[in-house]
Ligand binder design. Sequence first.
Ligand SMILES: Cc1ncc(COP(=O)(O)O)c(C=O)c1O
Length: 261
Amino acid sequence: LLMDPRAALEAVGAATRAVVPVHLYGQCADTAALAAGLPPHVKIVEDAAQSQGATREGRSPGSGGIAATSFYPGKNLGAYGDAGAVVTDDEESADLVRALANHGGIAKYRHDVAGFNSRLDGLQAVVLRAKLARLADGNAARRAAAARYDELLADLAAAGRLTLPVTAAGNVHVWHLYVVRVADADRDTVVGKLNAEGIGAGVHYPAPVHLTPAFAPLGHGRGDFPHAEQAADRMLSLPLFPQITAAQQQRVVDTLRDALR
Ligand SMILES: Cc1ncc(COP(=O)(O)O)c(C=O)c1O
């Protein structure tokens, strides 16, 4: 479910100013293929909200480019409230973003551009600084838990009942979410049964962007993005967090098995 660089490049036109690949669920989209094919006036702005610590071919989001990330509490690196950051190794972009986030200027009462208030709260920074030191261990624990789900669900996948997530070549995945797709069951019924057993399964996400009222003015309809539409109807996320135990995962899988029966 990562952006298809070829399809994205075909959609680029004279009015395109930027492409925003989302490093979805914890693994990086192929920004190198995008960069190689884009005309120079089109920027890449990476959405790394779900991929803190992820790499593709050894490259982190934002290196040699610009990426935004979210420290919303549910993220791999989550604050105790809303927070976020832009990461880049380009000084000019960094200065512009610092100014934009601070009412358009770095010096007090000097406004070089029309900005807004998007400063990182100092209290959140304290939390994030402490949690940053544990990010790599947390991501490793997520990888181990994802591998355990892969094993526990292998027979359902082999029987064609479920599609399991895959890690794209060259990627180090950080498993923000473990998202499976049901083949022949009613997804909402399955999620309902898991939730009724106290299992926090979710749907990320029930509506593709082009079918939301917010983006209706762009004029897209059902059928325009068939992969996203099909995924939205069939996907569900299983509980995954660094501290999840093998016994908890077994219970999730047993309950899922029952729900699919
Ligand atoms: C892929 C992705 N992009 C953007 C966001 C938005 O992050 P925030 O709510 O911190 O602005 C999120 C978080 O919900 C996300 O998962």
